[in-house]
Design a protein around this ligand. Structure first.
Ligand SMILES: [Zn+2]
Ligand SMILES: [Zn+2]
Length: 354
């Protein structure tokens, strides 16, 4: 097999020839047809996350080993099954759920692999992912049939799609006309609007500092767009919503956005934190109790979330995000385009034969 791998952090990806892995036990070998290029690949490539206050969280300290084929938004065709694998057959096209854990703890066995605390084995992070011609899925239950969905779009459901879907589920249930606030109208924000609409939600308030992004949010179906810059953002959100709100999803999650979103909550309100911008939030503890508030983090999603999202898309309710394909062997160029901020929508690597 060939891979376009990180050999040294921050240096160009290198094309590598590796022996094609042989599936053991329940493993399934797939030939990668599509792989999305995600913003978090840039952090993995850099080798660290910025955790604020000038501090960095090193990924090698957390068990990331090089060389590594990144890529966690994978669609591939089944090539070969391990002796204990069943449920798929060679030729089947599948989305590969990448957020893997040990595979054996209660979290993993209940399809909450992303909540595993034993061993992280996420594809494209701790194990080789989709920036290669082949990938190993540890178990057939991590493979989801994209059905009639364009595989280029289906690939993006494995990360950006379920990240947003899982956060929305944490804010639900809500009546369709109850205001839900989305902070950040970039890629994830537009995705969130599409998913909320597909779920039948009608009252969506998008907040962004960019006029262009607010315009895009309205076009995508947001009911109202609020300027997130300067003073008085909480007041503007409440004006748009007709009062304090029941739920806000913060896709930015920085000191400023967390503050105005939290302050806009009403009794029983929830703030769901998704973004990794960084910073801190101070809360008045008696208010948390008296107003029965929830502040909850949300990280990627489960394989169940992926199945549900694919189901929603198969019903034709989910508007596809803008995607552009790049030949697989130009993975490094694609990554650099993303780094330079020259990408609208999502870049997806595509195999020659796909
Ligand atoms: Zn991602
Ligand atoms: Zn586990």
């Amino acid at each position: 097999m060939r891979a376009w791998a990180v050999v040294e952090n921050g240096k160009p990806l290198q094309e590598m020839e590796w022996p094609t892995p042989e599936p053991k036990g329940t493993e399934v070998l797939l030939e990668v047809t599509h792989c999305g290029v995600c913003h978090s690949d840039l952090h993995i490539w850099d080798g660290y996350y910025d955790i604020g206050g000038g501090k960095k969280m090193s990924l090698t300290d957390r068990g990331v080993k090089l060389p590594l084929a990144m890529g966690h938004e994978i669609v591939g065709r089944v090539v070969k099954l391990g002796p204990d694998a069943s449920g798929v057959k060679p030729g089947d096209l599948r989305i590969v759920y990448p957020w893997l854990g040990c595979g054996e703890c209660d979290a993993c066995r209940s399809d909450n692999d992303n909540m595993c605390t034993v061993v992280p084995r996420s594809l494209g992070v701790y194990a080789n992912g989709g920036y290669g011609t082949h990938v190993i899925a540890p178990h057939p239950r991590h493979l989801v049939d994209p059905g009639n969905i364009d595989p280029t779009v289906a690939a993006t459901y494995a990360c950006s799609g379920i990240t947003v879907y899982s956060a929305i589920k944490k804010a639900m249930p809500m009546a369709p006309d109850e205001a839900i606030v989305l902070v950040g109208a970039g890629g994830l924000g537009l995705n969130a609007i599409a998913i909320l609409k597909a779920m039948g939600h009608r009252n969506i308030i998008a907040v962004d500092i960019s006029a262009e992004k607010r315009e895009a949010a309205l076009k995508a179906g947001a009911s109202k767009a609020v300027d997130g810059s300067g003073e008085g953002v909480t007041k503007r959100i409440m004006e748009a919503a007709g009062g304090p709100v029941l739920a806000a999803i913060d896709l930015v999650n920085g000191t400023t956005t967390a503050r105005f979103a939290f302050d806009a909550l009403r009794k029983g309100g929830k703030l769901i934190q998704v973004g990794l911008f960084g910073g801190e939030l101070t809360v008045a503890l008696p208010l948390m109790a008296i107003r029965a508030l929830t502040v909850r983090g949300s990280y990627v999603g489960s394989v169940t979330d992926l199945r549900e999202l694919v189901d929603l898309a198969q019903k034709g309710k989910l508007e596809a995000l803008p995607v552009a394909t790049v030949p697989q062997n130009q993975a490094n160029d694609a990554l650099m385009r993303l780094k330079d901020g020259k990408v609208t929508g999502r870049l997806v690597l595509k195999a020659e034969a796909a």
